[in-house]
Design a protein around this ligand. Structure first.
Ligand code: SF4
Ligand code: SF4
Length: 291
């Protein structure tokens, strides 16, 4: 069973709940596809066996020994990546789109294109099985492709090690990286919270998942902080024919667990919230859900 845990926005508890799912059994493949802000490795301290470079496009660089500071490249760059500082022409590699234009028009052939190769994919062992994750370097792009690379590695490793359960911690939002995280999974679980923005983002996320014909579930986190909004989310699930996986109360133990580098089910296995998380996971695993 491959389960992707996503949320319409950050801060809903998505990673904490993914970590809890990943530590409910001894043999799991956990995948951190939140490549812009991967953080599960901080909790699980995996032993890395494989590190692969992810080439996220190209950037332009100037050979100062050839450049005459004529400014032609700066005039034509549509991405405002080239500027003049104290009479010197410089390129900002973070804003450079890699379009090659400047390298073609430079009369001195002073500009070359280089690969953006600071992003990485890691694969290794953690205490409950295997872990694969990606880290996109600041300013590098194509996060969806890195997610695809991470998922390919995770599926291959899970197959080699007979791991039937794959838990994916997806990125927040509804962009390319999220789509890449959920494509082809068995179940997608949307973590939401009872607030106006939570409801708004949930609607957008469901609209996105509905295009992929994936079994979709909703989990309301911190439901007791706003029971009126919780009721609205429950009604919305009925209206949209989405499976409600459950509701979790607000619990400060989530923070204590993180501080102790544990998931909530490791830190407080007998707590009400841990038992509810286990029930949610079992429900998603077992019940043939409607798409
Ligand atoms: S076009 Fe070439 S020579 Fe002119 S400023 Fe740019 S890099 Fe330098
Ligand atoms: S490659 Fe394109 S985006 Fe990058 S600095 Fe040159 S013109 Fe600008």
């Amino acid at each position: 069973m491959e389960l992707a845990v996503i949320s319409g926005k950050g801060g809903t508890g998505k990673s904490s709940i993914s970590a809890a799912f990943a530590t409910l059994s001894e043999r799991v493949m956990v995948v951190d596809c939140d490549v812009d802000a991967a953080n599960l490795y901080l909790l699980f301290h995996p032993t890395i066996h494989k590190e692969e470079i992810y080439v996220a496009g190209e950037s332009a660089i100037i050979d100062e020994s050839k450049c005459t500071d004529c400014g032609l490249c700066m005039t034509y760059c549509r991405f405002d990546a080239i500027s003049e500082v104290n009479g010197k022409i410089i390129i900002n590699e973070t804003t450079c789109d890699g379009c090659h234009l400047c390298s073609r028009i430079c009369p001195e052939q002073a500009i070359t294109m280089v690969e953006n190769n600071k992003s990485r994919m890691y694969s290794g062992d953690f205490r409950n099985g295997k872990m694969v994750y990606g880290k996109l370097a600041p300013g590098e792009e194509n996060s969806g492709k890195l997610v695809a690379m991470v998922r390919d590695e995770a599926r291959k490793t899970a197959k080699e090690n007979n791991l039937d359960t794959i838990v994916i911690d997806g990125p927040p939002g509804i962009g390319c990286a999220v789509i890449s995280s959920i494509t082809g999974v068995d179940n997608v679980l949307i973590i939401t919270e009872p607030s106006l923005s939570g409801i708004h983002d949930l609607k957008r996320t469901v609209e996105m998942t509905s295009k992929f014909n994936i079994k979709t579930w909703v989990l309301i986190n911190k439901y007791d902080l706003n029971e009126t909004a919780t009721k609205q989310i429950e009604d919305l699930c009925v209206h949209l024919n989405i499976n409600l996986a459950g509701k979790l109360p607000f619990d400060k133990k989530f923070v204590s667990a993180m501080i102790n580098c544990q998931s909530i089910v490791e830190y407080a296995p007998e707590s009400d919230v841990s038992k509810k998380i286990a029930q949610v996971f079992e429900k998603i695993n077992q019940k043939p859900a409607e798409r």
